[in-house]
Every structure is written in C-alpha cells, then in structure tokens.
Design a protein around this ligand. Structure first.
Ligand code: ZN
Ligand code: FE
Length: 254
C-alpha cells in the first residue's frame, strides 16, 4: 500500500504526492508553491516529477521544482513539454527506488493527443482522462480514442485506486443522474461524496469498480444510457462509440 497525499492547487486541482520515508514523488504539479510548502513542512526530498499531459495546470510547476531539486521529470513522449527529461509511452516502466515504487505507463489519448497514465501498486494516476463519475473533455482526440482509453482503464482490477487530477465529482454526479436516474449505486455515491465535500475531504481516490458502476462514460453499453443518449440526441445511435460521443456532447452543453 503506497502513501498518497492530495495537495490542492488552483480552484480544483490535486497534485498527488507519493511519499515513503523521507522521499516523495509528485504527479502533475501545476503549481510548485503548495507542493514546496508541503515538502518543507514534512521534511521530504523530491525524487521525481510525473506529468500525465501538457496542460499548464499539470506542468507549470516543473521549472520551479527543478530549481530546488535535481530530479527526473517523466512525461508523455507524444507531447512537447520543455521540462520533461524522461519521455514515456505505453510499455515503459518508471522505477522509483527511493520510494520503492515501480509504475507502468499506459497510453490514454483523447483529452490530449499523447496523454499517459501511471499504474502500479494498486493505484492509477490518470490526469484529466478519467474523473470521479466523469471524464475529460476531448480537446485533441476523437470520441473513439477517448472511449478506447477509458475502456482500457475500466479493465484494471475493480479495487484499483483512481487518483484523478481534479475535484469534479459532485458536478459529474449531477450530470450522471440525468443520464441514468435509476442507478442505485449512483444515488449512494452522491450521498457519500456530498458528505465528503461538506467535511472538506476529497472525493478521491475512487476505485475502478465504483467508476464502472456509476460513471456514465464507462457505461455506454447499458440499455438505460443508450436510451437516454438516443432520446437526447434525437436519433438512433449505431454503436457504443456513438453513445459515448452523444453523452460527451450532452455533458459539454449541460
Ligand atoms: Zn488537462
Ligand atoms: Fe487539468
């Protein structure tokens, strides 16, 4: 079991810190300041930075961190991030001996063209691809790509802990209920996650199992969702990707 700490940044980002002993790695440090505060307070040495994709709210802290710590910066091979020293693609592994952790790299394009995820020790760091009860917007990829990426993540073990980069869960649940109003797991999730937010706790990590039961973007093969998406789009949707596209466009305009 790894020790993962959320560092809130900006409005709703989480920088995930993986710590072990006196060392720590940081995932998607969009802002160095809150992370440096935390590392200083806890007496931790940064040993690596891991980026999932090129957006500023995930990488803009890299340079300030490099000014303080001489560390490798891992990131997607298919995107240009000036501070990345270790470009990665699916099949590569990230070895972090200082925190006794090894992570596999998954290609999950859709939100951006080269977006990657890190998976290991029962944890998934998935950036802006899979969110609590939602998924990222399609800025650079096609619906077919994003759908395939989400299905790849959905095939991980049910108990995999899902560390998303944003606290969007409650708004996503609101939308999910309009797509799938009769999903009892979703109603239960809303109660749990509402309580978490009212007590100022993150709704994350979630699990792959919970996402499979409640996240409409992983459930485009479910009859209730096919019906709702077809009704909303005003046409028959020929396949699961068409259903996914319709639900994504519905959410974009909601
Ligand atoms: Zn992003
Ligand atoms: Fe983001």
């Amino acid at each position: 079991m790894i020790n993962v700490i959320p560092i809130p940044a900006f409005e709703d980002n989480y920088i995930w810190v993986i710590r072990n002993g006196r060392c720590a790695a940081a995932v998607d440090p969009g802002d160095a300041a809150p992370l440096l505060d935390y590392l200083g307070r806890e007496g931790l040495r940064l040993v690596a930075v891991l980026n999932t994709h090129h957006h500023g709210d995930h990488v803009a802290g890299n340079a300030d961190l490099l000014a303080r710590f001489e560390v490798p910066v891992y990131g997607p091979k298919r995107e240009h991030i000036a501070t990345v020293s270790e470009p990665l693609e699916e099949g590569d592994r990230v070895r972090l001996p200082e925190i006794s952790l090894e992570l596999a790299v998954l290609d999950i394009p859709g939100h951006t063209a080269g977006h990657i995820a890190y998976y290991g020790a029962n944890a998934l760091f998935c950036g802006d691809t899979l969110f609590g009860c939602g998924c990222g917007r399609l800025f650079e990829g096609s619906p077919a790509q994003m759908h395939a990426s989400l299905q790849k993540l959905a095939r991980l073990p049910d108990d995999t802990l899902v560390y998303c980069a944003h606290e969007y869960t409650l708004a996503n649940i609101r939308f999910a209920k309009s797509v799938e109003p009769c999903n009892g797991d979703l109603a239960q999730r809303e109660e749990t996650d509402r309580r978490a937010r009212s007590e100022n706790r993150p709704t994350l990590p979630s699990t792959i199992g919970l996402e499979r039961r409640t996240n409409p973007f992983l459930r485009c093969d479910q009859p209730e969702i096919i019906r709702a998406a077809s009704a909303h789009a005003g046409m028959d949707l020929p396949d699961t990707v068409a259903v996914f596209r319709a639900v994504r466009e519905w959410k974009d305009r909601a």
